[in-house]
Design a protein around this ligand. Structure first.
Ligand SMILES: [Zn+2]
Ligand SMILES: [Zn+2]
Length: 289
């Protein structure tokens, strides 16, 4: 019989699987060839020592999507300010904005955990992102080489398609608080890729203000995210502020969900396996960078 014991409490003998149960691993072994960046891939890393460095640059398409994403977010925030000015109260929209920021961090963690652990490159809709996240684990430093719009365009496009219909619905009865929540949450989701890139950057290369925000916990701190890229590769998934990482990891929330999914569907997450090549970071080749 299977034991309902979180795998993290089991012994981790080298070369053996953590989970005592046998199940078919649904993921495809990664190839040795680094993935290429394309226009529709989220977090797609590049081994620039091997691949084409020009694919790290922003295209006009990337810039256009980032512009529409920012326009959507700023429209929500402007409506919130206008409604708050009309009502004379900024307390509710400020609280709603804070809730949006907090939930964006939780959302970033849930999404990151899901695509880190389930599915594969052929999964509908999310396949390219799943593949890209696996590539990010292997060549994490490439995220710091990407230009701003190149890094953000996929999330900006998602935000554009999500926020515009929500704002149309809110026009019928939305107040300052609802616009503030939508604008802040969507803005944090869109910018999470930039926060993620900053978490991988050398401290000496970051603006002083960014370092201060990271150290204050407003943005995901660099040491916190770097722990995600070390064994056992099953924690610190949140990348906006990282505020949820402590409680999610301490109470093993994702591990409990993984166990529930395994016993219900027989699908094992990638993080239950001993780190294989796709989880291990490869050292940057600086001789040709
Ligand atoms: Zn990850
Ligand atoms: Zn990372």
């Amino acid at each position: 019989m299977y034991s309902i014991t979180p795998y993290s409490r089991l012994s981790r003998a080298p070369g053996r699987l953590h989970c005592p149960c046998r199940a078919t691993i649904t993921t495809r072994p990664s190839t040795a060839t680094p993935p290429r960046l394309d226009d529709v891939t989220l977090m797609k890393p590049i081994n620039i020592a091997i691949d084409d460095p020009s694919s790290l640059r922003s295209t006009w398409s990337h810039r256009a999507w980032v512009a529409t994403g920012f326009a959507s977010v700023l429209t929500s925030l402007a409506k919130s300010v206008a409604a708050a000015a009309d009502s004379g109260s900024f307390v509710e929209p400020l609280l709603a904005a804070y809730v949006g920021y907090v939930l964006a961090d939780l959302g970033s963690g849930v999404f990151h955990w899901a695509i880190d652990n389930y599915g594969g490159p052929s999964t509908p809709v999310f396949g390219s992102q799943i593949d890209a996240f696996q590539g990010h684990h292997r060549w994490p430093w490439t995220i710091t080489r990407r230009e701003f719009a190149n890094n953000l365009h996929a999330l900006a496009r998602a935000v554009t398609f999500a926020v515009l219909p929500i704002e149309l619905l809110l026009n019928a009865g939305g107040g300052a608080a609802s616009h503030a929540f939508v604008g802040t949450c969507a803005g944090c989701v869109m910018l999470s890729q930039q926060f993620h890139a900053w978490a991988h950057e050398k401290k000496s290369r970051l603006p002083v203000a960014v370092v201060a925000l990271q150290e204050a916990g407003v943005l995901v701190p660099r040491p916190m995210h770097q722990a995600h890229h070390r064994e056992p590769y099953n924690n610190n998934y949140c990348i906006v502020s990282g505020a949820w990482n402590g409680v999610l990891d301490e109470y093993k929330v994702f591990e409990a969900i993984e166990m529930a999914i395994f016993f219900r569907f027989g699908v094992r997450p990638r993080s239950w396996s001993e780190p294989r090549s796709e989880w291990r970071e490869e050292a940057e080749d600086t001789t040709t960078a």
